[in-house]
Design a protein around this ligand. Structure first.
Ligand code: 15L
Length: 270
């Protein structure tokens, strides 16, 4: 294909499904990797496997130009489970990329790596990508680890790495908070396509949100790498407001913190 082959880990998941659907139209050959094959894989190659299995990753990474690493538990969970799937799994993916000569890894970090920052402190200027991490969950801690190993492998091995602190990537914003944090599926495809092709990428952390009127995250680092968001959550504002069952109380964690209610989540018992 025009650009080459992208391997997407976690390709059966929410963001994975948006990307494996949209990236072929941008000129990529897409190979999906996940624990399961979805009923509707679409125009992609597929490998079934676990990110904890180095041999499965070695096989999946043959003839791959870019890895998009999405596989992982997407919400808060017990530390042992986050450790295995998100922390060790992310190590395995980065290590397999270097071992197999894949030059570029784009990894799905999250707003929850910095979820304890307070909106009230960023009224005058958006929050930058270089602030100290302030994870709001063990899940967020695993994303800080992802950003750290990405930096280490970029410096040590010359791997080209972008870590995307994704906001809320769903078909539509599902809550008032998501009017700020929404990344439309189409903008998600645009963002990962830009990062996959940016010639000068060495190591970057970027935020991943659409051109929302109420967003308060610095999008310049992503724009410098070629991302031009086209969507604005504003078109859903009336619908979201009509469906809301609470008031936008600035002291409610949902509105106070960048990570919203993740700041109050307690990992589930077995
Ligand atoms: C995330 O990191 C989660 O994976 C996703 O399910 C959303 O909850 C999103 O953040 C968010 O902050 O809205």
């Amino acid at each position: 294909s025009e650009h080459g082959r992208i391997l997407i880990t976690g390709a059966a998941g929410g963001v994975g499904t948006f990307l494996r659907t949209g990236l072929p139209e941008q000129g990529w050959t897409v190979r999906g990797f996940d624990l399961v094959t979805p009923p509707d894989p679409g125009p992609v190659e597929w490998r079934t496997g676990d990110v904890g299995d180095p041999a499965a990753l070695d096989e999946a990474m043959q003839d791959v130009d870019v890895v998009i690493h999405l596989a992982g538990i997407p919400v808060e969970d017990r530390f042992e489970r986050i450790l295995k799937t998100n922390i060790d799994g992310t190590y395995q993916v980065f290590d397999a990329a270097v071992r197999n000569g894949v030059p570029r890894v784009l990894a799905a970090s999250s707003n929850h790596a910095v979820g304890y920052y307070e909106r009230a402190d960023f009224r005058d200027a958006p929050i930058g990508v270089d602030v100290r991490p302030r994870p709001d969950t063990f899940y967020g801690v695993s994303k800080v680890f992802m950003e750290a190993i990405g930096s280490f492998y970029a410096d040590r091995h010359g791997l080209r790495v972008a870590c995307v602190r994704i906001g809320s990537c769903f078909a539509e914003p599902r809550s008032r908070r998501m009017l700020d944090t929404w990344l439309s599926p189409a903008d998600g495809v645009r963002l990962f396509h830009a990062l996959a092709t940016a010639p000068d990428l060495r190591y970057e952390i970027v935020y991943g949100v659409s051109a929302n009127k109420t967003a308060w995250w610095d999008m310049e680092p992503a724009r410098r790498l070629g991302f031009e968001p086209q969507d604005d959550s504003d078109v859903f504002a009336a619908q979201v407001e009509a469906a809301a069952t609470d008031l936008p109380d600035p002291e409610d964690p949902e509105y106070k913190y960048l990570g919203g209610r993740f700041t109050t989540f307690v990992p589930p018992e077995d």
